[in-house]
Ligand binder design. Structure first.
Ligand code: ADP
Length: 170
């Protein structure tokens, strides 16, 4: 699997098979990246996602991408809310790996990820960067390309460092 790092808005990434959103268990829109993905994919996304709710923390569901076309799929991954359950690397890693498992089920080979849990959910971004890279690298998946989307310069630097650390360990 190839892992790329790009700075930008995940809703502008249209050359991937699937876009992951940092969802909540109710699989409703909301703020942050989830609000942006729902706005870009249109109202059919909410209809489709709420039919699959609730989704436990550390799990993920997949729906069509609707107006995000040519992106075929949106994977709704529920990361831990650090304000409620604390910093839980096991649940954060599970959310990344569940997203890849859902991508496999629909045959998506390229997947863009936001930094799950690091916004409203308050997961420390440096730790989340390490956890996400380790989880993605360790996943048993058919996905060929994972593109990490850093929304901020800070997020970009933290993911760069995590990817470099991971290379060193190999
Ligand atoms: P959570 O509730 O899981 O913390 P948020 O959406 O609040 O989810 O934040 C998750 C991460 O997504 C944050 O690092 C935030 O900066 C980033 N983010 C927000 N909007 C976008 C976007 N349009 N594209 C990519 N990343 C985004």
């Amino acid at each position: 699997m190839r892992v790329e790092l790009v700075q930008g808005d995940i809703t502008t990434m249209r050359d991937v098979d699937a876009v992951v959103t940092a969802a909540n268990s109710r699989l409703r829109g909301g703020s942050g990246v989830n609000g942006a993905v729902h706005a870009a994919a249109g109202p059919r996304l909410l209809e489709a996602s709420t039919m699959l709710a609730p989704c436990p923390v550390g799990q993920a569901v997949v729906t069509p991408g609707f107006d995000l076309a040519p992106v075929s799929w949106v994977v709704h991954a529920v990361g831990p809310d650090a304000r409620r359950v604390g910093v839980r690397p096991d649940l954060l890693a599970a959310a990344y790996q569940a997203a890849l498992a859902r991508a496999d089920e629909v045959g998506a080979q390229s997947v863009a990820f936001p930094s799950i849990s690091t916004g409203v959910y308050g997961y420390p971004e440096d730790e989340a960067a390490q956890v996400s890279v380790t989880a993605v690298r360790a996943a048993q998946t058919q996905v060929e390309l994972v593109r990490l989307i850093a929304y901020s310069e800070c997020s970009l630097r933290l993911w760069q460092a995590a990817l470099a650390d991971d290379e060193e360990v190999r």
